[in-house]
Design a protein around this ligand. Sequence first.
Ligand SMILES: C[S@@+](CC[C@H](N)C(=O)[O-])C[C@H]1O[C@@H](n2cnc3c(N)ncnc32)[C@H](O)[C@@H]1O
Length: 212
Amino acid sequence: MSLTPPESPASPVPTPRPADRILAADVMQRLNFPETFGNSRPVEVELGAGDGSFLAARAAAVPDRNFLGVERLLGRLRKLDRKAQRAGLDNVRCLRIEAAYFLEWMLTPGTVSALHVYFPDPWPKRRHWKRRLINERFAELAHLALVPGGEVFLRTDHTGYFEAMEPVFAQNPGFERIGTPPDLAGVLTDFERDFHAQGIPTHHAAYRRKAS
Ligand SMILES: C[S@@+](CC[C@H](N)C(=O)[O-])C[C@H]1O[C@@H](n2cnc3c(N)ncnc32)[C@H](O)[C@@H]1O
């Protein structure tokens, strides 16, 4: 009997990727962005990134910044990952996590240059309003997460939710209302494109964290 092992086929060489975009982050630790992205460029975060068209387009348009998409549905996160892969974007990462938890426990204070929240679930029934992401606590946590001068960008199709967002920021002395820059407003999200196709208008608001 021969002891020579059968010749094994050459093992496949994995296709190199610049980095794993879908993060396997420890949910008990705050994120270290320089480690996550491999550089110290400013970071923008989208909460509820959905299929990721906005984040991929913005990351391509602003290559000197880093972008993190936070989304609870893995299928949607994978779509964002594929878009970034196809476009060769090495400034995009994604994380599957609940947005409010992420904001409270995983963001390192003073590290985010922009927070984008587009078409968060409006929870239209009054008894469900407590489930809305944008509330007084959100403004406090956004203030903590942002660098001085950092910005929050909001969009919704739901007029009632929009009217509830405005006082949340107006009552927080750490923010001032600003206009949404036209180059940013021009980058539509997947849901926004669908709303516009149906003739449904969308509301935009933006706030800047004051320096002190
Ligand atoms: C209406 S979609 C908008 C998606 C995208 N922002 C857009 O405008 O095309 C809301 C997205 O937020 C995600 N989402 C809702 N609640 C979330 C939460 N608590 N944490 C993380 N993602 C959430 C949903 O899975 C969904 O992809």
